[in-house]
Design a protein around this ligand. Sequence first.
Ligand code: 3HC
Length: 311
Amino acid sequence: DTALLEQHFNEKIDQDIRIEPKDWMPDHYRKTLIRQISQHAHSEIVGMLPEANWITRAPSLRRKAAALAKVQDEAGHGLYLYSACETLGVDRDDLFADLHSGKAKYSSIFNYPTLTWADMGAIGWLVDGAAIMNQVPLCRASYGPYARAMVRVCKEESFHQRQGYEIMLTLCNGSDEQKKMAQDALNRWWWPSLMMFGPTDKDSKHTEQSMRWRIKRFTNDELRQKFVDVTVPQAELLGLTVPDKDLKWNEERGHYDFGEIDWKEFFNVISGNGPCNKQRIEARKSAWDNGAWVREAANAHAEKKAKRKAA
Ligand code: 3HC
């Protein structure tokens, strides 16, 4: 009966035994995974847009090649994650419909504009840096397909982070104009990167249950703190100033103390009113409509092939 099944499920979670698609799982666990994995996939796909804006504007062939490779990687990450999500019994087209209708979320960070080339450096350094902080523990998530998808994603993310930091380093060792661009990008991307980790633990409605089910291995605030502790010294190495007057090393805590996040901005952005939300969803909807003929052709070809095989 269900109580026994639930008890057996909880024992597997407590013993770090992976839950696989064919295993019994509580409906709420399944729903939480569908919500998180689909929104993670949407984040990867929407995340291609701000960076794609600079592929044709990259300052050199080397930078263009790296930007192309990174955006292509994000597409791949999205496809892995949609596949992982489908193992939970959902249809990919329904997930896309939820994104296009505004029902599903994607990472808040992608609703900000990429105004200068330095933004490509700041995104690789800070956004992929934050994504790595959040995704490495997900390699140990209790749901097998999600954890396994993360292993491959994390390998590629470290290239993303390194190429971003190298862009920032080049700019900071360049002309005054270039250094100013790097500082301006840090000023605009710092706080939105901290918001990527989600609301504070006390305001996070899912964290406690996700920790219990070992989907999350650390809370939002713990990962955010780790990100600040690692990233501030990197900013110092660049000779850049983090735009937070309350940022200070706290010897006692062994962590940086930092200022209050503007949660009004965060909740505004995730409810669809950020600087670029409309533009991002419009871009996704027109890509979906313009790509309909490709899907129809691929399906027709697959049906013909299946008929030939059956004949
Ligand atoms: N952007 C948008 N929505 C967010 C958010 C953010 N940064 N942080 C939290 N939220 C939403 C949650 O989805 C939830 O809303 P919902 O119930 O409608 O889904 C609500 O705010 C409450 O937040 P919780 O902290 O309670 O929710 P979670 O337990 O789901 O934690 C999370 C949020 C930490 C983002 C978690 O979902 C997670 O780890 N997701 C997987 C990782 C992910 O999506 N990372 C995005 C990185 S971007 C990326 O990967 C691209 C990279 O390659 C550049």
